[in-house]
Write a protein that binds this ligand. Structure first.
Ligand code: PLP
Length: 361
């Protein structure tokens, strides 16, 4: 091939998603596989959302309204921020990419923690920035070490609270101590993909800190608690100047029509969210106890998933589970060869996972 990519593209590895349910069912010729591999909502899409989407199908011949004014209004009411503090993205993955296009490039350093959510690395490296991975402490962000690593070339820092795939999270005190050390020309991106699923006590809500730190941006998503992973919708909240800057980079129709109406309906469906939170709380405790009963060590469980240590390398256990129709997530791409991540399922899925794990161990 004679076309040549930019030099940094050669070093990128494609993202490895959880194995799709349909792919495994096709391979095994079965119909009852379960997927606990991508931290999706096990209760699925709310009925109100499905109805809203069906109604909106009639207008799919038209382009969406790019600025998504109704959704932004709904979000601004929900979060008590102004509409010009909100940027919508095609998943928070797109927001992460836009942040790197805006603030990073060759000669710029982007700081993340070891084991951090891999979208940061892909986005930073894809614009030719230098990715600085600060060694983790007990698998979590070493915030002091990350602050100490900030240099004159640093423009962007990604924090995930909790982090995926490790589930590690930090306190309000730790976050505040960190933010106090970050120079104002460095943007801190606080990824709160699991915010709705975190118990309110002890969870440092990034939104409450935006007025104090103009260099803070919070990202959230409809992919997890709101059950809209397939529609791709995430958002950023920050001060209006920062959002206006990012709006220049937003492609005209990045949030599709169905995602817009679905999100409005999802925000209004309090029952579905409550059912999701209850299922998650119970499921997380059940999985944690079940794993401990097998004598397996777990990382701190947060959000809607648990990462656990397997007795040896994780790959054979992953394959054995796959053969029995249970998809979990191997973490070798994160440099965690003996760990597997399992997402909370519905009660039947959680039981099936634990029972199958017992069989293959
Ligand atoms: C799942 C997840 C996201 C969400 O990505 P979307 O693109 O919005 O689906 C972002 N950050 C973390 C840490 C996640 O685990």
């Amino acid at each position: 091939m004679s076309v040549q990519p930019m030099p940094w593209v050669q070093g990128l590895q494609p993202y490895q998603p959880g194995k799709p349910l349909a792919a495994l069912e096709r391979e095994l010729g079965i119909r009852d596989a379960i997927k606990l591999a991508s931290n999706e909502n096990p209760l699925g899409t709310s009925v109100l959302v499905q109805e809203a989407i069906s109604a909106a199908c009639r207008v799919l011949g038209r382009y969406p309204e790019g600025a998504a004014p109704e959704l932004r209004a709904a979000l601004s009411r929900k979060l008590t921020v102004t509409e010009n503090q909100i940027l919508l993205g095609n998943g928070s993955d797109e927001i992460i990419t836009m942040l790197c296009r805006c603030f990073a490039g060759p000669g710029v350093e982007v700081i993340v923690s070891q084991y951090a959510f891999s979208a940061y690395a892909i986005a930073a490296r894809s614009v030719g920035a230098e990715l600085i991975q600060v060694p983790a402490t007990e698998y979590g962000h070493d915030l002091d070490a990350m602050a100490a690593r900030i240099g004159s070339a640093t423009r962007l820092i990604f924090l995930a609270n909790p982090n995926n795939p490790t589930g590690t999270h930090f306190s309000a005190a730790a976050l505040d101590a960190f933010l106090a050390q970050v120079p104002e020309q460095v943007l801190v991106v606080l990824d709160e993909a699991y915010a709705e699923l975190m118990p309110a006590e002890n969870y440092p809500n990034g939104l409450e800190r935006l007025s104090r730190y103009p260099n803070l941006l919070v990202t959230r998503t409809f992919s997890k608690a709101y059950g809209l992973a397939g529609l791709r919708l995430g958002y950023a909240i920050a001060n209006p100047e920062l959002i206006a800057l990012l709006e220049r980079l937003r492609l005209p129709f990045n949030v599709n029509s169905l995602a817009q109406v679905a999100a409005i309906a999802a925000l209004a469906d309090h029952e579905h969210l409550q059912a999701t939170l209850t299922n998650n709380r119970i499921g997380l405790a059940l999985l944690e106890q079940g794993l401990k009963k097998f004598g397996l060590t777990t990382l701190p469980a947060a959000g809607n998933f648990i990462t656990f240590f397997t007795p040896g390398l994780a790959q054979p256990l992953y394959e054995a589970l796959l053969q029995r129709g249970v998809i979990v997530r191997p973490l070798l791409p994160y440099g965690l060869p003996s760990q597997l991540r399992v997402s909370v399922g519905n009660p039947q899925e959680n039981q099936r996972f634990l029972q199958t794990l017992g069989e293959v161990l």
